[in-house]
Design a protein around this ligand. Structure first.
Ligand SMILES: [Zn+2]
Length: 103
């Protein structure tokens, strides 16, 4: 028998997936959600979403992320936390479209 399992925003990092340590560009993954920004909630308990589940959950996570960004007043396209971090290093001085997609 299966418990109903939902995906909820991480209570520790509030969906960000990491903590900015002092603004020096150093970001630490959130321990609670392993950097996903979201966790499984099942029977009142939260647990880390395994990275192997991200692909299957991509649509749901993206919808949650879009909702979160809207709450923050952000109007752009939703990016998952790990995508934002990947892009962080490619924004300045380089054309991101010249970068091969890591698929
Ligand atoms: Zn977290």
């Amino acid at each position: 028998m299966k418990h109903s399992r939902t995906i909820v925003r991480c209570a520790s990092c509030d969906g960000f997936g990491w903590f900015d340590e002092g603004g020096g560009g150093q970001a630490e993954d959130c321990d609670w959600c392993a950097g996903a920004g979201y966790v499984y909630r099942e029977g009142g308990r939260d647990s880390v979403i395994p990275r192997s589940d991200y692909t299957a959950l991509a649509e749901e996570l993206e919808a949650l992320e879009l909702q979160r960004l809207r709450e923050l007043g952000y109007q752009g396209v939703a990016k998952k936390p790990w995508q934002q971090r990947i892009r962080k290093d490619t924004q300045l001085g380089r054309n991101p479209y010249n970068e091969p997609e890591d698929d």
